[in-house]
Design a protein around this ligand. Sequence first.
Ligand SMILES: Cc1cc2nc3c(=O)[nH]c(=O)nc-3n(C[C@H](O)[C@H](O)[C@H](O)COP(=O)(O)OP(=O)(O)OC[C@H]3O[C@@H](n4cnc5c(N)ncnc54)[C@H](O)[C@@H]3O)c2cc1C
Length: 377
Amino acid sequence: MDFDVVIIGSGPAGGMAAIQCAEAGLKTALFEKVNLPRRKVCAGGVVKRAIKLLPKDLEYPIESICDTVELRLHDPEKSFQEHRKDLVTMVNRVDFDYAIIKHAEKKGAQILDGVEVKSVIPCEEHVDIITANKRYSAAYLIIAEGANSRIANNFWDDDRVLAPALESEIMLPPEKLSEFQGVARFDFDIITSGYAWVFPKKDHISVGICSFSSKKPNLNKLFDDYKLKIGLTGQHEERNRQGFIIPVKPRQQTYMKQRMILVGDAAGFADPITAEGFTYAFKSGIEAGQAIVKGANPEEVHQLYHKGINEAIVQELNIVSKLSKPFYFSQRMRKTLFKRYGARLCRGMADLIEGKQSYHKALAKRAFIARLIINTK
Ligand SMILES: Cc1cc2nc3c(=O)[nH]c(=O)nc-3n(C[C@H](O)[C@H](O)[C@H](O)COP(=O)(O)OP(=O)(O)OC[C@H]3O[C@@H](n4cnc5c(N)ncnc54)[C@H](O)[C@@H]3O)c2cc1C
């Protein structure tokens, strides 16, 4: 056997899994198809509850920190803000992901970048991992290959919902940049079913738009309109305008088959309302690594992994998935919601970001309150 664990993909899910396995002394290899450090289309907003999952001894570069979240509507003009310390840490994905991978390497993981896994063959006692030049074997395989999921889709049905998104970096002079500093901004009526964002970085803002509709909106056109709405009327250098997909509904299946485990976007683990992926990528990577470290055989690993992700990820995302439909279904309803409960929604979002609240608990509390009201009548 070449390795105890092989991981496909150097994103946050793969990186965190590699740290867990290597730290526990397992012979760990991580394959990344492109050379590192690599770029990933992303706004780079890491919410506070995700930051809490990072190893204490991990050092990573920070672009800026937002103590404020802002939810906005343009028609009628309304905005709601919530201020709390360190709500969203803004990073550059090139540097951030690389810092996690270097940390895994420091803990003993072997990083093979520029090596694409072409296929895998699961066997009774191991998994074969095939690249262009070599065949490797490992006791377990963690599939952290992101949203495109070519390898995973050979073994799992792809029933995830893939939301298209567009992101770009807009360079701004300091006086203009200061208008956006400190605030993670979300605009909810730029697109019929979805939202647009502005995330401030050191010398630019990340501007983007994502759609939760099955219809295909013209994101480029909506993006250009949005730029004008946020006051970017002059000439500004724009870098890396690029589209990608965010899987906003988990696969409705088991997340481990034979000796292969799915984590992060490959499993469909991103929030169906906010499209936030870091918390679930970190958490699933950690749980997959720990299950392999602790489990004596594939059945035990399966049990441990599912126990680790069931409530925190799968049930949570399935609830959000149900909530996201009415939320994004009608723009009119969303406006009414904002008009009546805008401040409360914003507070709730800050609670989620901090990890003080989950959709799960919030709904359970509401049901409890509803039962109380019914019983006291
Ligand atoms: C426009 C946009 C903006 C976003 N903004 C945010 C945000 O602000 N905050 C947030 O929390 N989330 C955001 N997300 C979601 C977030 O980017 C993802 O949820 C997160 O990157 C998932 O991590 P991952 O480790 O599962 O996969 P990825 O980060 O996608 O990493 C997968 C890696 O696997 C490699 N790979 C794939 N196939 C192979 C193979 N066969 N062999 C070897 N290597 C392979 C890829 O090259 C890639 O490096 C955004 C997404 C998009 C599209």
